[in-house]
Design a protein around this ligand. Sequence first.
Ligand code: NAG
Length: 323
Amino acid sequence: MRSGLFSRRSIRPASVLSVGSAKIKLLLACCALFTVIALSGRTASWSQYTVSSSRSHLPRTGYTLLINTWKRNDLLKQSISHYASCPGLDSVHIVWSEPDHPQESLVSLLNQVLKSNAKDGREIELKFDINKEDSLNNRFKEIKDLKTDVVFSIDDDIIFPCATVEFAFNVWQSAPDTMVGFVPRIHQVDPSKGELNKYIYSGWWSVWWTGTYSMILSKAAFFHKKYLRIYTHEMPSSIREYVTRNRNCEDIAMSFLVANATGVPPIWVKGSIFEIGSTGISSLGGHNDRRTQCINRFAAQYNRMPLVPTSVKAVDSRHTWLW
Ligand SMILES: *[C@@H]1O[C@H](CO)[C@@H](O)[C@H](O)[C@H]1NC(C)=O
C-alpha cells in the first residue's frame, strides 16, 4: 500500500494533491511513520556499533575501586562482591583507618568473593591501605603502586549497577582531568551577607531545583590518580588539618583542588543509587552549616572561588527515549 501511494505520486503528482486533504494527511502520516521506523532502526544499529567499538577500544587497564570503610565488614563484602562483576574493575584498594589491622579471615573472605564474582576468570587485585591515624584525609592518600590511571572513589554503603559505573568510566575517559560522578552539590553566593565572596553550601534539593551544580562528591566519583598525590603533598596543609580537626569536608577539599587545577566544572552522570547501609550524616539536616564554613574557609585559602557551576549532565543516549 505504501509503495502504491508513492508510485502513484511519482507518476501523477498533481492528482494526489487534488484527491483531497485526507490522502495528504495519510501520506504525511506514512512519512512520519517511516521516519520514526528509520530512525529507530538507526539508533538500534548505532547502539550496537558503539557497544562493540567501545569494548574493543577499552584500554587494557580499567579503574581502581577506592573504597572507604569503617567497621562495617558486611557492607564491605556486599559492595566488593557487587563491583567484582563489573568488567572494567582492575583492582580494589580499601582505605582502612580502624585501630586494628583487618583480620586474616576478612582478607581471605574478600579475596574469595572477588575470585568467585569476577567475570571470565579475571584476577582482581585486593589491597588494604592501612592508616595509623584516623583522619578523613586517609581516603585521598597517595597510592604509589596504583596500576590504573583512575580511581573510582566510593563509600561502602552505596551501590551502582555495573552499566552505570562503566558509563561514568567512559565519560571520565573523554575528560580525564575532571571529576566525574553521581552525587552533585552546589555552592551559592550567600544572599544574607550582601557580599559576593561569602558562600553557602546547598544540598541535593537546590541542585534538583536549579539543575546546577559545582561539586561532585567523592562518595561516588571517578578522578585521576594524580589528584591523590596533589591532595596529600601539594594542597596547603592547613586544609588537610582543617579536615582532620573538623572530621568533615574532605570531599569539598578535593572538589576545590580539582577545580583549581582545571578551571572547569566536574561532570554529573545520571545513575540510580542503591543505598545498602543506614544513611550517614550527609543526608541529615543541620549538616549544611558546617559544609558552608568549609566552603568559605577553603575559598579564603585559595584567595578566590575556584568552583565552576554548570548544568551539564551526562546521560547514556542508548537509554533515552527518542533524542
Ligand atoms: C591553584 O592552581 C594554581 C595554578 O595551577 C596553582 O599555582 C596554585 O598552587 C593552586 N592553589 C592551591 C591552593 O593549590
